[in-house]
Design a protein around this ligand. Sequence first.
Ligand SMILES: [Zn+2]
Length: 285
Amino acid sequence: MHPRPEHEPPEDSEARKSLAPVICYPVEALPEPDLSAYRSARNGWEKVADLRVPPREALAFEVPAGHFFRITSVEGPQVGDLNLFSADLSERFYSGKTRALHGTHLSRGDRMWSGFPTLRPMATITEDTLDWYGIDPFGGSVHDVIGTRCDPYTHCLLSDGGQYHHCCHSNLTRALAEARNLSPREAEALVHDVLNVFMCTGFTRETGQYFMKASPVRPGDFLEFFAEIDLLGGLSACPGGDCSSEHSSDTAACYPLGVEIYRPAHAPEGWVQPAANRYDRSHGL
Ligand SMILES: [Zn+2]
């Protein structure tokens, strides 16, 4: 948030402010995913799992490399907080670098990248039924990688000690602990910032504050992914429901989310599992 300035602008302030921005990471160097190859692999695929994430809870699910999965809206507008781990838990989704590479909100053709040192695509988004939304007049858009995940610590901080156990952070912790027989502390340490599936968010122009508004998602909408490596997913049906007003309480209307997993009859033409990043890791030493 920007406070009212205490300092006079320098004489050339306008000139400094009017410089055109430069894109931080020109992504032309990134290999483009061949979406038509991915999509043709859907012909003859077989649905191998059809799961439900209960409202205000999370679910862990396995997706082998080369399979597709869809997160679907099933009964009403509901936001989902998605974590991705490699199946051996050594790699986790890196929302900050994904944002730096692809922008604040993800859609068709974008990748979910793992952290260092592998920094490779964990999943590729192959279809987004909300792509029509674009960027609204408030600067809002869907499926962000700018938020974190609602958590009981921030809630406690902002509510003078309030205790709430169904924030996405805690939901994801419980789901991971159960899926991999980890202690709550072990699981919590692996939970990370999310892709906010179906959530509509942005930053206010005047103050730069993170905002949310009612998700435009409706039953039947989905976000589809191709698993580039063996994945363990964690998906929380956020206690904020459609995130039109608040989270971290039991007052918002909440709905389940669907997770569908598909096994294709053949791999996408030309697809190979992405290798780990090729940096030599000597760090100049
Ligand atoms: Zn949440």
